[in-house]
Design a binder for this molecule. Structure first.
Ligand SMILES: [Zn+2]
Length: 153
């Protein structure tokens, strides 16, 4: 068996010199006149990449801010009864950001008791009671749709 490996020297002689070891041109702008800086980007594009990387968090916020309109929040939070956390996941942003937007649009956030009520809505409340004979009895109570905030002052 003879060593018939392609000769890299003769190959390079027939082809024009590559822009970088791996790339023929800048993978962002296609330029070959600007020197390769790294990862397939020319100096100009490489700098842009770094800037964009730093801005990526702001970009996500920018996208979220576009989705999060007053109508969207009202629909998800009030109509669909989603939590701030749920909405934050949908919008790929923080719960705090949703909360901030809620205040911005003057959408009232649910208070704790109503949040808890919603969390168990659709189910019957379960009570355990120990009877005089020492047996545990389980009671199920239908929920009444009384707004507790009416009585809390
Ligand atoms: Zn470039």
């Amino acid at each position: 068996m003879t060593d018939e490996i392609e000769n890299p020297v003769s190959d390079a002689a027939t082809k024009p010199k590559r822009w970088s070891k791996i790339f023929d041109c800048c993978k962002a702008c296609g330029a070959t006149v600007i020197a390769h800086a790294g990862k397939g980007f020319c100096r100009n594009c490489y700098n842009l990449q770094i800037e964009n990387k730093h801005k990526s968090h702001e970009r996500i916020r920018g996208v979220a801010a576009k989705i999060i309109t007053k109508e969207f929040l009202k629909k998800e939070y009030i109509d669909n009864k989603k939590s701030l956390t749920d909405i934050a996941i949908i919008c790929n942003c923080t719960r705090q950001f949703i909360f901030k937007k809620m205040r911005e649009f003057s959408i009232e956030s649910r208070n704790l008791s109503s949040s808890r009520r919603l969390a168990i809505s659709g189910k019957k409340l379960k009570y355990e009671k120990i009877s005089e004979s020492g047996q545990v009895e389980i009671f199920l109570q239908e929920r009444h749709s009384v707004n507790e905030t009416f009585f809390s002052g």
